[in-house]
Structures are given as structure tokens and as C-alpha cells.
Ligand binder design. Structure first.
Ligand code: NAD
Ligand code: GLY
Length: 406
């Protein structure tokens, strides 16, 4: 059964179906015709042809475009080049664009869809765990700038999220673990309908306790656990987005771990630390801030830390300058004047926003920099000869009408 993101006449389904049913699933929601599949140069060779033939099989006339892989290519250059590629492919306002890939791809493609011709329809087909449980749902799109993470972007909802869970089969363990960080985040945030008053939501520990029990199986990619976790995360996220699409309140809670996480990513340099690893580090740091402020006790922090460790995520990082982290926090897009909203954990399912100044983060920046109990994996810099092949323009974007991915 689909999960629905309820947004009135812009409501859309999240479907959990294999990649080879992509064409027919989109056709249930959109008139078959021309479309553009956009992926990257890692996912393209793995799944591009399968996706293209699934589209053709259902009667679509698909074009194909590839963007370069990597968080460090989630940039305005890649975005502008992609927009130009879409225009070269002669999209019009009715041509659906299909993003096939991880969160970097869905964010860039979504932003290109939001802005090309002032908005064209798009579909997300997430292929990383992180994108399946988080990035593909909710319509936040954008790219990084030299000033910070995701600072250029738009809210633009897809009309369908199609989740082919089987694509996780080729995902590396390190990338898979990153998605587990967002799964833990959703478990900490879980609310359910109050059984006594269905108009209200109440804190729930169910998913968190399920994870405590099944975390190891999930980390070992047990398929039953995976299906449950992905679906539950989508339900939790859909509920939050439906209640607050534009992040004027509740949705900001989904940024748990991201204020510190984004600062860590920015100070490290994009592409050095995986986003999911940074969020795991940030989640624990922000939980520690809540504890320092007296909102929750250390026992709860220990449970969260234990869960992150069980799924193999880092909880600290050595050697970052505290001053640089404070400065990076000032570039947070949630900043209002001198304050930033940070999600404070009061209990499982009970999280609330607190405005803090970047200086108030100093104690946890000190703690996380000194926490060496867990090692993190740093993405090695790309070897010079691994630079993606540039075919059609300076930014490595390759496009072809009805291209057969090699
Ligand atoms: P990613 O897109 O960089 O994917 C990670 C790596 O896995 C990449 O090299 C990618 O090419 C590769 N890959 C993707 N699918 C694969 C597969 N099935 N098999 C093998 N390799 C595969 O990173 P991510 O972790 O998916 O996403 C992180 C990004 O998502 C960040 O930029 C973050 O800001 C963004 N994000 C957005 C939202 C949102 O609401 N829009 C939410 C969370 C994160
Ligand atoms: N990942 C945070 C959000 O979608 O709001």
C-alpha cells in the first residue's frame, strides 16, 4: 500500500515497487508521453538502462541525462548545466523529469525541476537508503554554495515518489549506514495519533524500541526489517510534511542533528564526510546539548548513542576547530538574526525547538571534537584519473535523446 503525503491538490503517493514497474507507476499519475530521466554517472551505469526500458515498456518516450556524482558536485554549476541540458532536450511545462539516484541527485534534479520554465513536474526514484527514508519525500530541493549547505533551493513537491528498495543491493555498507542515521532520527521523532483524540498526536517509543531490538538485523540488511523501517520512516516524514510543508513550525523538528551536522560537513569540506555520518554526529551533539540544558537525562543520550553505534555510525569526530564550527553555524539557513533553532530532545517522540546562539553550541562542539570513542570513515579524495568523463559540457553533464547508458 502507498503512503500519501497529504497536501490538498498537491498530495502525492510514495509507492514501494520495483524499478521495472517505474513506467506503469508513473503512468497511473501522469499522461504518458515525453519524459526525461536524470541520474548520475554512478547510478546510471547500474540502473539507467533498466529504468529507461521500464519507461519505454509503459509507452513513455524518455530522454536521458547524467550529472556528475558526489556531494562536492551538488553545486550551482551542476544545477545550471542541468537546467541547460533540460532546455536542450526541449522540455516543456508538462514534461515530467525523473530523478534516479541518492539524495544529491534528487535534491539537484528537484531544484532544476522547480525552476526550469518556472516549474515542471518531477518524480523521485531514490536509490540510497538515506534518500528512500528522507531526502526524496517532502519537496526540499537545492544545492550547496560556498557559504554553506543547501543554501540555494526551493520547496517543490514531486508528484510521485517511487521507491525501488531492491536498488539498495548495490549500495556500499558505508552509504547504507548513512541512511540508518536518518532512520534513528525518525525513530527519535515518532509521534502517533492519540487513541483517545484522533485530532491530536502523542509521543511514541514504538519505532525506537523496535530499532533497539532489530538494529543489528537492519544493519545487516535483513529484508523484512528494511521494508518495515523504510515504510515507517516515510509515514513519519509524510505526516510531518503534511502538517507543515514550508517548515514554519513542526517540520523544523526534522532538522534534528542537522544544525551541528551541517556545520561539521561545512568545516570538513563537502565530500570529506558523508552527510549521514555528519547527521549522526550532529544528532548526538544536539542530544547532549538538550541534556546540558536539563531537558533530558544522560540515560536517554546513552540509548541514542548505543543505537547509533549498533548500526555502525560515528558519534564524534576529532580535530575540528571549535571556532570554525561556531562560524559555520552562523551560516545555517535556519538562523534568525543571531539565533538558530535547534531540535531539543525531551524524550523519545517528544522533541521541541529551542533558539540558541552559536556560542551556546560551544560546549557540545568541544565535547564532540574530543569524543574519540567511535571512528568515522572519511571518503578518500577521488584519484585524478577517476574524474567523471565529460561528454557534452564543462560540468560533466551528459545528455542524449533516448540514450542507452553504457
Ligand atoms: P548521494 O546521493 O551522494 O549517494 C551516495 C553515493 O551512493 C553516491 O556516490 C551515489 O552515486 C551512490 N549511489 C546511489 N544509489 C546507489 C545504489 N543503489 N547503488 C550503488 N551506489 C549508489 O548521498 P545520499 O546519502 O543519498 O544523500 C545525501 C544528500 O541528501 C545530501 O546532499 C543531503 O543534503 C540531502 N538530503 C536532502 C533531504 C531533503 O529533504 N531534500 C533530506 C536529507 C538529505
Ligand atoms: N530533512 C529535513 C526535511 O525534509 O525537512
Amino acid at each position: 500500500m502507498d503512503v500519501t503525503v497529504e497536501l490538498g491538490d498537491r498530495s502525492y503517493p510514495i509507492s514501494f515497487r520495483p524499478l521495472d514497474s517505474l513506467g506503469e507507476t508513473i503512468a497511473k499519475h501522469y499522461k504518458v508521453g515525453k519524459c526525461v530521466l536524470v541520474t548520475n554517472d554512478v547510478v546510471g551505469p547500474l540502473y539507467g538502462e533498466k529504468a529507461m526500458s521500464a519507461l519505454r515498456k509503459a509507452g513513455w518516450n524518455p530522454s536521458y541525462a547524467e550529472i556528475p556524482d558526489g556531494e562536492d558536485r551538488k553545486s550551482s554549476d551542476t544545477y545550471v548545466a542541468l537546467v541547460n541540458s533540460l532546455l536542450s532536450l526541449q522540455v516543456d511545462r508538462k514534461t515530467p523529469v525523473i530523478a534516479l539516484g541518492g539524495g544529491v541527485t534528487t535534491d539537484i534534479v528537484g531544484f532544476a525541476a522547480a525552476t526550469t520554465l518556472r516549474g515542471i513536474p518531477f518524480v523521485n526514484v531514490p536509490t540510497t537508503l538515506l534518500a528512500q527514508v528522507d531526502a526524496s519525500v517532502g519537496g526540499k530541493t537545492g544545492v550547496n554554495t560556498s557559504h554553506g549547505k543547501n543554501l540555494l533551493g526551493a520547496f517543490w513537491q514531486p508528484f510521485l515518489v517511487h521507491i525501488p528498495i531492491e536498488t539498495l543491493g548495490t549500495l556500499s555498507d558505508a552509504e547504507f549506514r548513512c541512511g540508518l542515521g536518518e532512520v534513528v532520527k525518525h525513530a527519535v521523532l515518532e509521534e502517533v495519533e492519540d487513541p483517545r483524540d484522533k485530532t491530536k498526536l502523542v509521543a511514541s517509543t514504538e519505532f525506537f524500541e523496535w530499532l533497539e531490538k532489530n538494529g543489528k538485523r537492519l544493519a545487516n540488511r535483513d529484508s523484512e526489517c528494511l521494508v518495515h523501517a523504510i515504510r515507517r520512516c516515510c509515514e513519519i516524514k509524510a505526516m510531518v510534511v503534511s502538517a507543515d510543508e514550508r517548515e514554519s513550525g513542526k517540520r523544523a523538528l526534522l532538522n534534528l542533528g542537522h544544525t551541528v551536522g551541517h556545520a561539521v560537513e561545512s568545516v570538513m569540506g563537502y565530500g570529506k564526510l558523508r552527510h549521514g555520518e555528519a547527521v549522526a554526529i550532529g544528532t548526538l551533539a544536539e542530544a547532549q546539548l538538550a541534556c546540558l540544558k536539563g531537558f533530558c537525562d544522560q540515560a536517554l543520550i546513552n540509548r541514542i548513542a548505543q543505537l547509533l553505534r549498533v548500526v555502525g555510525l560515528p558519534t564524534g569526530i576529532e580535530g575540528l576547530e571549535v571556532d570554525a564550527l561556531v562560524e559555520a553555524s552562523l551560516m545555517d539557513k535556519k538562523r534568525e538574526d543571531t539565533q538558530i533553532s535547534v531540535t531539543m530532545i525531551h524524550g523519545i517522540g517528544d522533541v521541541r525547538l529551542l533558539k540558541v546562539t552559536p556560542d551556546e553550541l560551544i560546549p557540545v562542539y568541544r565535547m564532540l571534537s574530543g569524543n574519540t570513542s567511535q571512528k568515522f570513515s572519511v571518503v578518500p579524495p577521488a584519484a585524478p584519473n577517476s574524474t567523471p568523463q565529460v561528454n557534452s559540457n564543462a560540468y560533466g553533464i551528459k545528455t542524449m535523446q533516448d540514450h542507452q547508458p553504457e
